[in-house]
Design a protein around this ligand. Structure first.
Ligand code: ADP
Ligand code: MG
Length: 206
C-alpha cells in the first residue's frame, strides 16, 4: 500500500524521467545539457527515499526537497530542493489538502526559489511559469473556482510562461551567459516546472 502523496511524487518523478532527454536537449541549446539528467537522477532518488506509507504530505515534501538538494547538481537542485522543502514546511502534519493549503504551498515554493535564486519574473527561469500559474490559481480560487478549475487555468498560464521564455533573453543562470542569443529558446526549468504542475493537476483530477 502506498499513500496518495507518495503516488503523486512518483507521478512527478515518472513524468520528469520520461522527459529526461527532452529537458536535457532544451538545456543543450542555452545551457550545459544536464537539466533532464539532473532532475531525473534527483527524482529517481526521491522515488527510492520517500516513504511509501507516510501519509504526512509536509514530511514527504520535506524529504523530497532534501533529497533533491543532495542529488541534483547545478542551479536547479538547490532551487527545486528549497521549493519542496518550503512547501513541506507549510503542509507539515497535513494528510489532505484544501485549495488554500495548495495556495500556501505554491506561495512558499516561490518565496523559497526567490530567496535562493534572486530572480524575478521576466528573467527566463522556472519562475516565468510558476509565478503566472500561482497568480491565475489565486485569482480563480478567489472567484469561486474549484481546485481543479484553478489548477487547469494555472497549467494554461504555466504553458504560456514557457512560450514567453522563448521571447526574452536570460538574465539569471547559465543561459544568461548567452545574452540575446538565448532568445528563441524555451527555458528548461520553466518546462520541468510546468510538467510538475500538470502532473499535480492530473493527479488531483484522477
Ligand atoms: P545549471 O544551469 O546549473 O546547469 P540546470 O540545467 O539543472 O542547472 O537548471 C537550469 C534551470 O534552472 C534554468 O532553465 C532556469 O529555469 C533555472 N534557473 C537558473 N537560475 C535560476 C535562478 N536564479 N532562479 C530561478 N531559476 C533559475
Ligand atoms: Mg544545466
Amino acid at each position: 500500500m502506498s499513500t496518495r502523496i507518495y503516488d503523486c511524487l512518483k507521478a512527478i518523478g515518472d513524468k520528469i524521467i520520461e522527459n529526461k532527454d527532452f529537458l536535457t536537449d532544451l538545456d543543450r541549446e542555452i545551457g550545459d545539457a544536464d537539466h533532464g539528467v539532473n532532475m531525473a537522477r534527483g527524482f529517481q532518488s526521491v522515488i527510492e527515499k520517500v516513504s511509501q506509507d507516510d501519509p504526512d504530505i509536509g514530511a514527504c515534501l520535506k524529504k523530497t526537497g532534501m533529497t533533491l538538494l543532495s542529488t541534483v547538481g547545478g542551479a536547479s537542485g538547490p532551487l527545486y530542493g528549497t521549493a519542496y522543502m518550503e512547501a513541506g514546511k507549510v503542509l507539515m502534519g497535513k494528510e489532505t489538502l484544501s485549495s488554500e493549503d495548495l495556495r500556501l504551498a505554491l506561495e512558499a515554493a516561490i518565496a523559497g526559489i526567490q530567496k535562493r535564486g534572486k530572480a524575478e519574473k521576466g528573467e527566463k527561469t522556472m519562475l516565468d511559469s510558476l509565478i503566472p500559474a500561482y497568480e491565475v490559481y489565486c485569482d480563480k480560487i478567489a472567484n469561486g473556482a474549484s481546485t481543479i478549475e484553478a489548477l487547469d487555468a494555472a497549467c494554461v498560464a504555466a504553458n504560456e510562461g514557457i512560450e514567453y521564455t522563448k521571447t526574452i533573453a536570460a538574465t539569471k543562470g547559465r543561459a544568461s551567459y548567452l545574452g540575446d542569443r538565448s532568445i528563441g529558446h524555451q527555458d528548461p526549468g520553466a518546462t520541468s516546472l510546468t510538467f510538475t504542475l500538470e502532473t499535480i493537476r492530473d493527479f488531483i483530477k484522477g
